[in-house]
Design a protein around this ligand. Structure first.
Ligand code: F3S
Length: 88
């Protein structure tokens, strides 16, 4: 059984540094030295922050933030190290 979860992503080509996303949820967004935003880590949204993520999407004047559904299978695949351990 897969468990649905969500992921945020900031489109760097659209972000203009309004910082509303960071105001709404500093747990989900990071700002660089110029005030441009990016998602924290892989952008995975903890269940208790879904509402904040939706608020950030709704409040970005540039519509730079996307919220997409991710499955455990996707997360597991991305968690696999790029280089596999050598088998004996
Ligand atoms: Fe950028 Fe929108 Fe946040 S413009 S800083 S993603 S509110």
């Amino acid at each position: 059984m897969t468990h649905a979860s969500y992921r945020v992503h900031v489109d760097p080509d659209k972000c203009q540094g309004h910082n509303r996303c960071y105001s709404v949820s500093p747990e989900l967004f990071d700002l660089d030295d110029l005030g441009m935003s990016s998602e924290v880590g892989a952008g995975l949204v903890p269940a208790d922050l879904i509402g904040r993520a939706r608020l950030a999407v709704a409040n970005c004047p540039e519509q730079a933030i996307s919220l997409t559904e991710a499955t455990e299978a996707t997360e597991a695949a991305e968690a696999v190290p790029a280089r596999a351990e050598a088998q004996p």
